[in-house]
Each structure stands twice: as structure tokens, then as C-alpha cells.
Design a protein around this ligand. Sequence first.
Ligand SMILES: [Zn+2]
Ligand SMILES: [Zn+2]
Length: 371
Amino acid sequence: MNQARGNPGLSLSSARAPRPIVSPTPSGRVSETAMVLARVLATIFGTEATTISKREGGSALGGAVRFDVWGCRGSKSFIPPRSRIGNYTSCYSLHDGTDLFVFDAGLGLASLSYEIHRQKRFSVVKRIFVLITHAHLDHWEGLKDADWFWERDNGLEVRVIGLDEAINAIQRGYEHPSFVDLDLLARFTVAQLDFISFSFGDVLELGGWKLENIALNHYSGTPEDKSVVQTSGYRLSREGGPVVCYLSDHEPGPGTVSSEQQLTRNAKIVLYDSHFPTIAEQRFGHGSQEHSANVARNSPGALVVAGHHGPMYSDADVEKTFRRLSKGLNNFALAVEGRGFVWDASVGKFLVEEAREPHPEIMKIGVAAKG
Ligand SMILES: [Zn+2]
Ligand SMILES: [Zn+2]
């Protein structure tokens, strides 16, 4: 693992005493044995053979800041894909020139990493900041499916960022013998892989963007018998640019109102956990389309996007709820895989744009979604 400390474009500050920003891994120093093993693995997994050449596809957007939906199904994926709305667990991205911020690394990350080779706008990407919200597997299972860990010398610099609990869970989850250490997968593929952990309240400078966080209300189990999961809501902002917020997974309630408002102040786009239709149905640490619609009503300057759609709801269910709750709102949208939201500085808004030339599967979903 490379050390993030001192990397240009990355620093951390905190209201509290400064703390180390890199959580050391046991494999910080790679032994000769590991190198040999990595070569063997490269042969077994065909890393060299699977190198995909970059080719043009999609549309060049002239450096526009864009928020994309890659995985918006909550908790479990639909395989084979069978939804026009969302088939894969959580993954969204914010693209700004050479920097790509990824919100959660669910199975949707496989689609994103594939599109990096197809869409011209991604050809300039150098640094990828993967912002993990919490330790639940459906928010990091896609890391092993990211093409950039299977393509030799692809030059990408990847930073996986999250709370200690989440980063430890990821590193443990991929450890031998469960899988292959991500550090090992990174050896002959990406230019750099760092794990960066933070605590609630820390502020990170990532490229030209500032990353702030709050604690969300998320747990496994029932309210009476719950296991709390340390979960971070994110706020990304840039001087002269839009504020982008991401709150998933989260069960909002009276006790979370002020922290939500603090995090999302002046936001231009906010992705909200909308697992259930109504507030009355909220449980298991998840939110609702109803709460998300209320946020949209109270924040006319922000586009509120409902994501993490519960896997027990059909497209018809999700759309029916959305039609009912979006009445009179022009700043409330459903997260749909293949859908993007482009920042238009001239009007100070994110505008919806369907994927123009996605891979066939997303094309199918995207076209159907327009109908
Ligand atoms: Zn989740
Ligand atoms: Zn979760």
C-alpha cells in the first residue's frame, strides 16, 4: 500500500487534534513471496490478457461536472438484470476532469469501471476517490469487480476512503483466504492504491474539493434490537462549484433533522436513501421517498434524487410512489441506472441527462426508462 500522507492534492484537517489519515495495513511492505504470488495470480486471473484498450464511446462533455447513477438498488442486486430503474447495489459518481469521486462501491462499480474505457469524458481521469459510507457489504462488494484491479498498468490512482470501521471491514473482507488482498490486486494494475480512514467531523481536501461528513442513523435489525453501523453522510464542495451531498444509508427522524440540514445547506444535488415509500414504513436504518420529497419541498435550490430503492419493490411500485410524491415538485428525481445529472453553472442547477451511448444493458434500461 502506498502512503497517502504528503500526496499532492490530499490533506486533512479537523476541528479536533490532527490525526493520521492513513490506516496502516499488515501488508504495508510487500514481501518477495507476495510478489511471486501476485505474478502467479496475474497468470491465473489473466490480468494481462484482460487488459482492455481505451476506445472512444459516449459523449465528450467538455469538462462538465456530472453526477451519474451506476447502482441504485438497495441491499441486493437483481441478477439477471430485470429493472428499468436499478439492478445493482449502490454506486454513484461525481466526475470533474481528472478527478472521479465514487459514492459507495456496490456492484454498480463494475458498470462504472467498464464505462471508464468507453466514454471519452473519462479518458482524462487520473485520480479516483472511492468514498465508502459504511461497512455493509452491499456498499463495497463491487471493489473486486472494478476493471481497474484487473487491467495491467492502467495508471489510475485509487484512494478508498471511509470511517475506520468501514475501511477495516473492507480490508478484512478481501483478506486471504476470503479473497485476494486488494493491495495485491493493485500490484500490477493501478498506479496507486491507498486506504484512508477518518473520524466523524474530519474534513478532507481531495483535489480541489472539500469533503465533510456527518453521522447518519443506520443499523441492522429492529429499533428494539439494533446493531448500529457507523455510517457517514457526505458533502463535497468546491470553490465556485456546486455542493453535492450523499446520504445513504440513513433512517431520518426528528433527531436527524438539524444534522441533515447542516450537511445539505446550499446543496445543488442531494442523493437520499429512499428504500421505502413512506415515512411510516421506515425501518432497518433506511429512509423513504416521502422524506426525500419533503426535503425537496423544503430545499427548492437543490435537486433531490431518490436512491437505494428497496429490492422488494417493482419498477411499477417505485414509479407509482414517485408520481404521487413528486406532484408539484420540479426538483425531485428518481435515481435510475444510466441516468446522469450535468452541472450547468449558467443556471446554477444540475440538469437530467440520460446516458447517450451506454453499454447495451444500460442502453436497454435507459431507453425503457424514457417510455
Ligand atoms: Zn445499503
Ligand atoms: Zn447499510
